[in-house]
Structure formats: C-alpha cells, structure tokens
Design a protein. Structure first.
Length: 145
C-alpha cells in the first residue's frame, strides 16, 4: 500500500510538471549532495547512471539514495531534463529500477528545505532543490555539466 501511495504521489507531480511547462514556468534548480561527498559536478550521463541504478555507490563508499519531492513539479522537470527525458519516462524508469532491485526506493521530500536536510543527514544523498535556498553546512550544491 505504501508503494502504491508513493508512486501515485509521484504521478501527481508529473501532472503538475506538464502544467508548469504549459504555463512556461522554469525556475532555477540544482543538484544537492552530502557535504562529505567528493563529487563537485555531475554530467548528464553521471546523473542518468545514478537514476538507472548503474551507480550504486559514490566514490566515498556511501550508498546512493535519491530524494524526490513529488509536489515539486519544477524539480522533477529539471531532473528529467538533465537526463533528456520526460518526467513521465523518468518516473517509469525509476519504478522499473526499484522493482528490479537496481535502485533503492527514493525518499519522499516535501520541499527544497527537506532536500537540504536530507542531504545533510544522508551520506549518499542526491536530490533537487530550488536555487536561492540557503545551503546548510552538511550539504553542498553540485554543478550539472
């Protein structure tokens, strides 16, 4: 039941993502990791490997753990755009990888502040946050190249 609620919530976020695109909303978003993570930037192919379960462990040895904010349509759009796909295709890919055991089930976040808190507390965290939100000491922003 929890899984169904999680995926349903993410599906609702996709509807919002398409509405945001239709309204021309873009917004600035960025990738966030734990401050102890040695990564300073990620390419689109790096992000795709993480999202597909190809990268399970960061160089630091921390297990990758995604954090997604289903109500954050802009963040989902940003993440999907980073890997050249649609939010719907991204959600489908994540579901498949979780089902196959290639990816840990993403942690549900409610806001950019939650993303930063999650990244601060989780060594293997990767999430998307809005730009302009203060970055706490335990988290850091990584460039998408």
């Amino acid at each position: 039941m929890r899984k169904m609620i999680f995926w349903s919530t993410l599906s609702l976020a996709l509807c919002g993502a398409f509405a945001s695109r239709a309204l021309g909303a873009g917004g600035g978003f960025t990738l966030v990791v734990n401050a102890q993570n040695a990564v300073s930037s990620l390419s689109a192919s790096d992000v795709k490997r993480v999202l597909s379960g190809g990268t399970k462990v960061w160089e630091s040895g921390a297990v990758v753990q995604l954090g997604l904010a289903p109500g954050d349509a802009g963040g989902m759009q940003y993440l999907a755009g980073a890997v050249d796909t649609t939010p719907r295709e991204l959600l489908s890919m994540l579901q498949q990888q979780v089902f196959k055991g290639e990816l840990r089930r993403p942690v549900v976040l409610r806001s950019s502040a939650d993303c930063f808190a999650f990244a601060s507390q989780t060594p293997g965290a990767l999430c998307v946050a809005a730009t302009g939100v203060p970055v706490p000491a335990g988290a850091k922003v990584v460039a998408l190249r």
